[in-house]
Design a protein around this ligand. Structure first.
Ligand SMILES: [Fe+2]
Length: 212
């Protein structure tokens, strides 16, 4: 395996990791959307599939810029040396998706499953927020302005997706999961109103990690 000798190498490594992560998410999202019963959640997951495909395309753009920049400096580039340009599988995302599938395979009430799908999706989002936040900071440090701009666009989308999932959980899905199998009966005579909290603990933690 090639040695990472500088921050530029680490950025390229991070981009490769994110690329694999996006590929795995594109593969996993249709099954997650199929398993969801909440209409808004189903719609959100389908929409995120479209956004994720665009994010993967942006990473292609980043890789192209980095390759061009390397060849102009007479360097074949770390990616070529390390992976022959073919990339490697992101084990972090593989683990998160595997864990999410394991939970979805459990026998659950549909409303509880919806809450579990949101939890899995937010774990995925937080991984991406951390990865894109790091890569963006490296690009800034290296003076790669176009790369920084592209990564910032995706980072913003990941924050928006996380916020939307949080709102969906706190305003609707968690309440239905709390009621569980009594959900349908309770929906006919709603007695308790959802009290939205400010933000999830994990969300604020990930914000801190990504704030660079
Ligand atoms: Fe993404």
């Amino acid at each position: 395996m090639a040695t990472l000798v500088n921050l530029r190498n680490l950025l390229e490594h991070e981009i490769e990791d994110l690329y694999s992560a996006e590929e795995q998410i594109i593969e996993a999202l249709p099954a997650m959307a199929d398993s969801a019963t909440n209409r808004e959640l189903k719609k959100a997951l389908k929409e995120h599939l479209r956004i994720t495909k665009e994010q993967k395309r942006r990473l292609d753009q980043v890789k192209k810029i980095l390759r061009k920049d390397s060849s102009e400096e007479g360097d074949a580039g770390f990616l070529e040396r390390m992976f022959g340009g073919g990339g490697t599988k992101c084990k972090g995302m593989e683990g998160l998706i595997k864990e999410g599938k394991k939970v979805m395979d459990e026998d659950m009430e549909p409303s509880v499953r919806d809450a579990a799908i949101i939890a899995s999706s937010q774990k995925i989002e937080h991984y991406e927020i951390s990865g894109y936040g790091t890569a963006k900071a490296y690009a800034k440090q290296l003076g790669l302005r176009e790369v920084e701009r592209i990564l910032a666009t995706t980072l913003k989308e990941e924050y928006t997706a996380d916020k939307m999932l949080n709102t969906l959980a706190l305003s609707n899905v968690n309440l239905k999961a709390e009621r569980g199998s009594a959900s349908k009966a309770a929906a006919k005579s709603p007695a308790k109103k959802a009290v939205p909290k400010k933000a999830s603990a994990t969300k604020s933690a990930s914000r801190k990690m990504a704030a660079r």
